[in-house]
Design a binder for this molecule. Sequence first.
Ligand code: NAD
Length: 348
Amino acid sequence: MTENPLRIGVIGCGYWGPNLIRNFNALAEAEVAWVCDLNADRLSHIVGLYPHVVATENHRDIMGDASIEAVAIATPVPSHFALAKEALEAGKHVFVEKPMCETSAEAEELIALAKARGLTLFVGHTFIYSPAVQEIARIVRSGELGKIYYVASRRLNLGLLQRDINVIQDLAPHDISILNHILDQDPIAVSASGSAHHQEGVEDVATMTVEYAGKLQAFLHSSWLDPKKVREMVFVGEEKMLVYDDVEPQEKIRIHDKRVVRPPHYDTFAEFQFSYHYGDVHTPWLRGGEPLRTECKHFIDCIRSGETPLSSGEHGLRVIRVLEAANASMRNCGARVELPPLCESTRS
Ligand SMILES: NC(=O)c1ccc[n+]([C@@H]2O[C@H](COP(=O)([O-])OP(=O)(O)OC[C@H]3O[C@@H](n4cnc5c(N)ncnc54)[C@H](O)[C@@H]3O)[C@@H](O)[C@H]2O)c1
């Protein structure tokens, strides 16, 4: 039996919201019925593109429409918690953009509410739906790179300066979500430092060290003050090294057959020498497809099947815990902040 398309209301039609509207609109399984923004010009723009959609400046019109099953929230981060909570209380499934909200206490409340009401809570961590990240996860888990020693990630460009969140909250959610997905483990500690050059208290450049068990570390550099757009993650393993360049249009992943080789036997210290293995560079083929389309489809599939999304509320919470620890470290001159294990009751 074919189900009716899921009726969705999208709140926030600024930079990112229209991408959600376009992707949900393109899916046979969904129908964008409402759009909402405080800015009437943004609504006219959207209605010009999608004349069948009803526009409102008041999100309560969407919450009060019993025919709406799901709400997608693409407003600034400080408004995520209140809007998501209201939507869950109104019995709607929720897709909320990253980061899910501002604090882990808020995230835990949303997870508990969704669980109690039997609703899907989904966070817009788009990168984990990209063919490149999916392929890296497969490669890392297959053991091809060997034990991962460290990951170095650079997410840099000039702008877009935000007012209500710092550069860590804006850019690092992508890195943390990708790392949590690929490594399939939670960090144990975080240290971070950053500086604010344009707005008091809003860091526009920052670095973060994320520690995992077994000496694995991830070094993240996030910046709105860089001449060049860089989206690069380097995975250095015991056997091979992988470079993921998301700016590269075609060959996003390169696997370098390079490693340090320890001599198997030596009798004297004078004989001991490291050597270096240099082999081929391999570029895996990646299937096409817009990650956001896959993400939107997964949201609807999870609502219909009751399956836990890949970017569930818990995934969103695990990202926020790292952001919180990074901000606490930054406010305390880069001190190391330990992350306690995730409480069992908040697992979705
Ligand atoms: N997944 C991704 O790759 C990705 C990329 C970019 C942005 N984002 C996320 O999307 C969200 C929005 O970012 P953006 O860059 O589009 O911001 P934006 O400022 O361009 O747009 C936000 C819009 O929300 C509207 N708005 C604010 N409060 C509202 C309310 N209470 N009701 C209705 N409308 C309201 C504003 O008028 C504005 O048009 C953020 O959480 C951001 O992190 C995600």
